[in-house]
Design a protein around this ligand. Structure first.
Ligand code: GDP
Length: 480
């Protein structure tokens, strides 16, 4: 049965690709990244800049004055929630100037750009419908589960939880496993208790202080619409090597739910959404990891290779029967570059290049062009030179969020602050050594300082950094 549905699905995909080919002027752009990497802000700024007709000098069609109009249209997929663009924009531009609600699940929006084509003889009117698909990057980390048995996954996850960085965080869950008999009769209360403790461990590891990257199952931290559902009520439990799993036992219950998670949650996501994307931007919060030091950076490097593995899969025979990605451009973007002085933007890009180098080298031959950029979809700061003890230092100025602290000073969400963000190292490899980068003066612990969104004139999009360059890479060629 499952082979049959896979075949039907494949046929559907082929038909859809042909349809897309003949109608032309359509592109599905995926926006992903781990939690709080800046997906919602990026997508809101992208749409806002294009609809408002903002000046985007590096986007060729914009620089050449060929974009006539950009507008939102009803999306073609009725079963996918709409990206709440208007709500996000209102939140940024409202009297309180708040950052929008972050991505919790998949959502979608169709933006149609009308433009004058520059190709051929003279210009002719054309349009490009871009389906923007925003989804949690955590979901991509589930791919390796598809060909992994419950017993293998349970063993690997338990081993990872015992490593020095994770052991203290997983102690409570592992203690509860101690008194457990995997071969005892299945019991819902026990299953729920173990699943809750396991989820609490995953959540703790992701906290800012540890900044460890997420382990699968991705939906345990980003459940989307599955919050509280039995599909998420399972966890690894220790099984002896080669143990047979008898029916009716706790182990059997866990295994069944794990398999259900794979077939009802993971597979449909890859087939129905991921496989249909043409282009992809992966946002990365490299600054938080930089501030946490080499362990967090190594962890981020791993998570990024896992993410890139999803793009490579399907071109290899392992997953080819399940889905076949057709993505031909992938952009890795270090977000929130407005936390740095512009002299460090190229260095941030070099660091992200170093973080993704191994994964990209392995992805050679995926048939996709991959690039790396540092950007700020919304620039919340401005730059200044400040005289400090006879020296002139480059600074950034913004309004820290209410309750934020810098060097003992508590902010009220109204007053501006100047911070000296320090310089990133010229040699990107330096980040993998030592105790993390002192990005600020030692008594100015600005690492977790969040600035409020900037004040903008009505109807005007917020300023940005290199957003236009990102857009040129992602779809500039389709506006030629
Ligand atoms: P998501 O979880 O990937 O959707 O992340 P968001 O887009 O909600 O971003 C998470 C937080 O990062 C926001 O609430 C902002 O505080 C911050 N952020 C995101 N993008 C930017 C940016 O371009 N500039 C600045 N200064 N902060 C940003």
């Amino acid at each position: 049965m499952s082979v049959f549905t896979d075949l039907v699905f494949e046929a559907g995909l082929v038909a859809r690709s042909l349809g897309d080919y003949f109608s032309g002027g359509r592109l599905r752009l995926g926006v992903t990244g781990l939690s709080r990497s800046g997906k919602t802000v990026f997508l809101t700024a992208l749409v806002n800049n294009l609809i408002a007709g903002a000046r985007l000098p590096v986007l060729a069609a914009s620089a050449e004055g060929r974009i006539t109009r950009a507008r939102l249209e009803p999306q073609p997929d009725d079963a996918v929630p709409r990206f709440a663009y208007e709500e996000h924009l209102a939140s940024l531009g409202g009297p309180d100037r708040r950052w929008p609600q972050s991505t919790r699940r998949i959502s979608q929006l169709r933006l149609t750009i009308e433009f004058e084509s520059a190709s051929g003889w003279g210009s002719k009117p054309s349009s490009l419908a871009i389906d923007l698909v925003d989804y949690p990057g955590e979901w991509l980390l589930d791919l390796p589960l598809l060909d992994k048995s419950y017993a293998t996954w349970a063993r690997e996850t338990l081993n990872a939880s015992e490593t020095p960085a994770r052991a203290p965080l997983s102690a409570d869950w592992r203690a509860a496993l101690g008194g457990l008999d995997a071969h005892a009769k299945a019991d819902e209360d026990t299953a729920r208790d173990i699943a809750e403790r396991f989820t609490a461990y995953l959540r703790k590891a992701r906290d800012d202080v540890y900044a460890l990257s997420t382990l699968p199952p991705g939906r345990f931290l980003m459940p989307g619409d599955l919050e509280g559902s039995p599909a998420l009520t399972f966890a690894p439990i220790p099984l002896g090597e080669g143990d047979a799993i008898a029916s009716g036992t706790l182990a059997a219950m866990m295994e069944r739910r794990y398999e259900a998670y794979k077939s009802h949650v993971v597979k449909p996501f890859f087939r129905d959404h991921f496989a249909r994307l043409d282009r992809q931007i992966v946002l990365v919060d490299a600054l938080t990891a930089l501030n946490s030091g080499p362990a967090a950076l190594a962890d981020l490097e791993n998570a990024l290779s896992e993410v890139l593995r999803a793009f490579r899969a399907g071109r290899s025979s392992r997953f080819a029967s399940i889905f076949r990605p057709r993505i031909d451009r992938i952009l890795f973007a270090a977000a929130k570059a407005d936390h740095l002085h512009h002299t460090s933007h190229d260095r941030l890009e070099a660091i992200l290049r170093a973080l993704t180098a191994k994964a990209i080298a392995r992805a050679e031959g995926v048939g996709a062009t991959i690039d790396v950029i540092a950007l700020a979809a919304i620039r919340a700061t401005r730059e200044a030179e400040i005289r400090h003890g006879g020296e002139t230092l480059p600074a950034i100025i913004g309004v820290p969020e209410k309750g934020e602290k810098i060097g003992g000073q508590l902010f009220d969400g109204v007053a501006e602050a100047a911070v000296f963000p320090g310089e990133l190292p010229a040699d990107p490899m330096a980040i993998f050594k030592g105790d993390g980068i002192a990005l600020a003066e030692s008594d100015n612990d600005w690492r977790f300082v969040r600035f409020r969104p900037p004040l903008t004139a009505p109807g005007q999009p917020a300023p940005q950094i290199r957003l236009d360059r990102a857009l040129q890479f992602l779809f500039g060629d389709r506006l030629a």
